[in-house]
Design a protein around this ligand. Sequence first.
Ligand code: FAD
Ligand code: NAI
Length: 474
Amino acid sequence: MSDAYDVIVIGGGPGGYVGAIRAAQLGLKTAIVEKRGTLGGTCLNVGCIPSKALLQSSHHYEMAGHEFADHGVHVSGLKLDLKTMLGRKEMVVNDLTKGVEFLMKKNKIDYHVGNAEITAPGEVVVKPLKKGGKKQTLKTVNIIIATGSDVTRLPGVAIDEKQIVSSTGALSLPKVPKTMVVIGAGVIGLELGSVWRRLGAAVTVIEFLDVALPGMDAEVSKNMQRILKKQGMSFKMKTKVTGAKTARAGVTLSMEPHDGLAKGAKPEIMKADVVLVAIGRKPYTEGLGLKKASVSIDERGFILVDDDFQTNVEGIYAIGDVIGGMMLAHKAEDEGIVCAEIIAGESGHIDYNSVPGIVYTHPEVAAAGKTEEQLKDAGIEYNSGKFPFTANSRARCNASTDGFVKILSDKATDTVLGCHIIGPQAGDLIQEVVNVMEFGGSAEDIARICHGHPGLPEAVKEAALATAGRAIHM
Ligand code: FAD
Ligand code: NAI
């Protein structure tokens, strides 16, 4: 067993590669197996990073076309060069995935390219990507499964990544569609729908439920939908898509109310150049050998783990999207770190209540902790403090005044229980509140901290003051 590893990580996404680095830092002999051909997983290759690159580029285009003039900056001959925009996105992805490969080398982590199958506890077979390549059998004490997630398919709507696309196809459309239907008003639908709307597509979002961004604080969902409508995105709520036909002229969708067709009623028809299916993601465990290794999964396919990320099989751990919970890169990363620390005999812990969720639309949406609905359901009495960006001087300077900060604090103890933001750089602003929540701090703590002026974080301070009815600038 001298050449055996201490840890083999399967999957090179944010959960896997970060876990591998932490394991190596702790002195464990570590290998990582990835079948994509590049490291970084869904997030760096076809998720967080390319989508944010396009969100940034398309935001510049929209600003130049519609907002610069308000600042006295006139642009003539504005033209979209989609090829360059997509090329820049690819460059960002390539740089970052190469960077992760460098980090593997720096930390002396063996990087095996291929499809990993667990053939027994302590044994991983790596099948080469290319025909004729050699299989490799690796021995190890521990295995961390970090194989992530894949797109959820919609029956009757076959994804071809050309006319009917998943998020992956929507990151590389060769031309701007005139019309685009997005199925699902979740995070992907609103982010990538925003990209193509900004670039000129008429975007209609079809959602099964009666709210966009379900699960978020209801006031946030409602207001965000209103803001996106104002920007030109159309919504068709309480509707389900039941089928799609593709032809050269485009895609024809059939739809019906979410609770079914009334007797004698006919399905509604909608046509679009491109349809984006964004109805969620599911755990990815294909070809991993879970059955052979007797690793238990739940009814939706997520790998079952205990508080230490240990599966039912000793020495086999799992982290990230494949175990469910919030399907977020930073959640996967933190799980990777804690899992490696536990394997190394240390202890680790994640407070899932304060993991922030961010939607990178413009304005951004950010949330941490409990929503008002959750507090009401749990019978917890709370104070709510809200401050609009229209009253924040920096937001006014920046001409970015849509949205608000809402802080929810315990009525008896003033402990911060939740924060919900729509606004400029909401994803950065939430971090201050997350830190306070992690330290068990109060709204008064935020209110007593001196915030730089003029700054967007002053809106957070004012919302904290507002929980006690003493906001200054409102
Ligand atoms: P993954 O990143 O999915 O990585 C798993 C890796 O395992 C893959 O590369 C896969 O090829 C590999 N693999 C699978 N099976 C095997 C096998 N048998 N052998 C070898 N390798 C295998 N999250 C955020 O926090 N912020 C965002 O802004 C954000 N934007 C997103 C945008 C889009 C369009 C999408 C789709 C997702 C986005 N996410 C975002 C979610 C984020 O990408 C995931 O939560 C994150 O990547 C999960 O990390 P992971 O390590 O668990 O899995
Ligand atoms: P999602 O779960 O965010 O949203 C899916 C939406 O589709 C929901 O509103 C749901 O009600 C709706 N839906 C489900 N079935 C439907 C149907 N048949 N017809 C119409 N609507 C239907 O999933 P999404 O947007 O696909 O994202 C997947 C994951 O990726 C999310 O869990 C998210 O965490 C992650 N992600 C995170 C991002 C971020 O952090 N900024 C960005 C993009 C993705």
